[in-house]
Design a protein around this ligand. Sequence first.
Ligand SMILES: Nc1nc2c(c(=O)[nH]1)N[C@H]1C(S)=C(S)[C@@H](COP(=O)(O)OP(=O)(O)OC[C@H]3O[C@@H](n4cnc5c(=O)[nH]c(N)nc54)[C@H](O)[C@@H]3O)O[C@H]1N2
Ligand SMILES: Nc1nc2c(c(=O)[nH]1)N[C@H]1C(S)=C(S)[C@@H](COP(=O)(O)OP(=O)(O)OC[C@H]3O[C@@H](n4cnc5c(=O)[nH]c(N)nc54)[C@H](O)[C@@H]3O)O[C@H]1N2
Ligand code: SF4
Ligand SMILES: [Mo]
Length: 732
Amino acid sequence: MGISRREFIKYAALGLAGSAALTTEVFKPLSAMGLDDDRAIVKHIPTVCEMCFWMCGAVGRVVNGRLVKLEGNPLHPKSRGRLCARGNAGMGLLYDPDRLKAPLIRTGARGENRYKKASWDEALNYVADRITKIKEKYGPEAIALFAHGSPGSYFFDLVLAMGSPNISFPSFSQCLGARNVGYELTFGEDPGSGPERVDMENSRVIAMFATHLGENMHNSQVQDFTEAVGRGAKLIVVDPRFSTAAGKADYWLQIKPGTDLALMLAWLHVLIYEKWYDEDYIKKYTEGFEELKKGVKEYTPEWAEKETEIPARLIAETARELGRYRPNVVVHPGRHYAWYGNDTQRARANALLNAVLGTWGAKGGIYLKPQVKLPSLKGKPFPETEKESVAIPDKYPFAGGEGLTNEVRRATITGDPYPIKAWLVVGTNLVKTLPNQKETLQAIKNLDLLVSIDVMPMDTTMLADVILPETTYLERHDELKKVYAKSLGIALRQPVVKPLFEVKPAWWIAKELAKRLGLEDYFPYKHLEDKLRKQAKLWNIDYDKLQRKGYHVIPNSAKPYFGPDNPPKFKTESGKINLYSKELEAYGFDPIPKYTKVEQPPQGYMRLLYGRVPMHTFTRSINNKWLWELEKENHVWINTEVARRLNIKDGEYVVLENQDGIRSNKVLAKVTERIRKDCVFLPHGFGLMSKRLSRAYLKGADDQGLITRYRIDPITGVTGMRVNFVKIVKEA
Ligand SMILES: Nc1nc2c(c(=O)[nH]1)N[C@H]1C(S)=C(S)[C@@H](COP(=O)(O)OP(=O)(O)OC[C@H]3O[C@@H](n4cnc5c(=O)[nH]c(N)nc54)[C@H](O)[C@@H]3O)O[C@H]1N2
Ligand SMILES: Nc1nc2c(c(=O)[nH]1)N[C@H]1C(S)=C(S)[C@@H](COP(=O)(O)OP(=O)(O)OC[C@H]3O[C@@H](n4cnc5c(=O)[nH]c(N)nc54)[C@H](O)[C@@H]3O)O[C@H]1N2
Ligand code: SF4
Ligand SMILES: [Mo]
């Protein structure tokens, strides 16, 4: 490869790296591509990427039925003509020889990796039969679904049609749940997730708590960020680690982990007590300003310095930068929020900063969601479920409708309030995704049936009783995707190549199971495309054109900013921003966030932090030939002084041991000034344990293995995972 790794990362931020890096691999001689053949058929087929959940528009270049290149769809606002390295490397998934190829039924003990190949009929009959028995014995609620990404929706319908309310998503419980709830409590709306509606391209000052853009590679967001930096927007990055984003910042606030709320409260203090707000705006559009003012009175920069270890002078100065340019500034809402177990209050404080700065609906702030309502196709209503969902228990009053993975797991272990006996796992690698692997394995032990619908033989897949191999996103249709960018848009996923092997799309698998369970009425189409055509018609979209373009913009749907013709109106009960949350108060929670201390590492230990590397998505991409070439294993970041004391050299293997004596796989040390002394940083996704992953197997260390403790946020029930401490053991 003619490009060094460092350059790669630099270009990755521009979304160009993939094409550069993959050129030598992908561009085989013309003969191999069929291009010197006069009869070669070259097609360009638009679709939607799902190498991660940003879901950019992609265009596949297909020569004689073989995909040779993926590019960004210029019409799609999340790609704008570019894909990130992972998106470019989609062929690595499609043509991965390790893929699941046919249905498998377990013959050995769970985890023993012994399966027999089955026909689809045999495998589906087997699953339907087991589900029927479980339903008869325990009731339909004994069947639970865990899902992430596009394939989940069909199983969502299937499980609801069966009469079970037990559906849960790691994207809520282990990701952005607390953030969305904190924002909903404040503004009556969340800040969006695909994309986050952050108007960075127009911001004058951007503040980011963690949000490690550039490593966190959500395509258009990184493009906006790069543009903002290039344009000279002021950037404040709060991170214990000198992240890629911190490298671009005017202010890098090297915060002590777990103390972000102190900094946020101190910023609120400065903004309010130094009057960096618009009095008229606060009066007209917010409720509870006096209470907020009182609530943050004690939280001076001098106080926050002691908690955060950021100099008071810098705390005040950065708050003033935001105040000076308001409302054309933004405190980025972030995305991954499951940090310390006080996460909803941190989200509230983050939202309150945007409230006081008046950024909601302001240019350069958080732009408004398109308000167009598209009618839904009417389907058969789902039956009432008899039992309450274990995924949404009363003890977490703001768990929302999404469902808590950790609660379904808990109920599976304890049988309380009733037994859970079957899991359908679609597009999520639970063993690596939920904290405390022992609990996940214990729950799986209690199951009568574990079905995995996946594309690769991942850790969780290889614990299943039945494995149903799905098509990759490049081989199937999926539901039309609504994109809430500045305008509302509709994207089409369609196959760029015919399915390889014997794999089937999730919609087909769910529909075939439904048929066998007498629930086919819930899937009123022969082929999913029939439904897509109907839906397009209902929305006034020319489906044939959508097939050619991949993206359709709903006309006149953009109203991103408040203004004279679009006066501020918030979706809370009062129509105003809730600075003081009566809803939280009604449940006994602090209506204004109060600072609480998080536990600090014991002597000799450091806090375990985790995050992303630009060229991988969680566990799902590690085995991808091209991406694996770029980063075969992860590195644990260790501060130089700590490393010197422990006599650890850059590039040598070490082992991490957590507070419970759990040891990691060996992992390369990255000795660097770019991280504080009280923490280490271990990128997530590595250390896969499935032997069928010929490249990824046991490469690097698994952060989740070390996350034996988690702290549940009492408001939403999401799992804070940065509450584990590790020491470094030199490899024997
Ligand atoms: N390449 C790539 N990009 C991705 C993904 C991927 O898998 N691969 N996944 C996507 C998804 S679903 C999500 S949710 C996002 C997640 O990405 P983000 O939302 O950016 O995740 P964070 O946890 O906010 O950020 C991780 C950063 O938090 C810092 N950090 C750790 N503890 C603290 C602390 O106490 N305070 C502060 N201020 N910083 C701290 C770490 O040093 C690290 O730089 O990434 C998305 N983008
Ligand atoms: N320790 C730790 N835990 C974390 C995080 C962390 O950083 N550290 N991050 C958290 C966050 S922010 C999130 S969003 C979650 C993500 O959690 P997950 O979504 O579970 O992430 P992945 O590890 O990518 O697992 C995806 C699974 O889907 C499969 N898959 C990929 N494509 C397809 C497809 O087209 N069809 C089907 N049926 N399956 C497919 C993959 O093979 C893999 O088994 O993890 C959370 N948990
Ligand atoms: S950000 Fe990258 S991996 Fe994610 S959908 Fe877009 S191109 Fe694909
Ligand atoms: Mo996430």
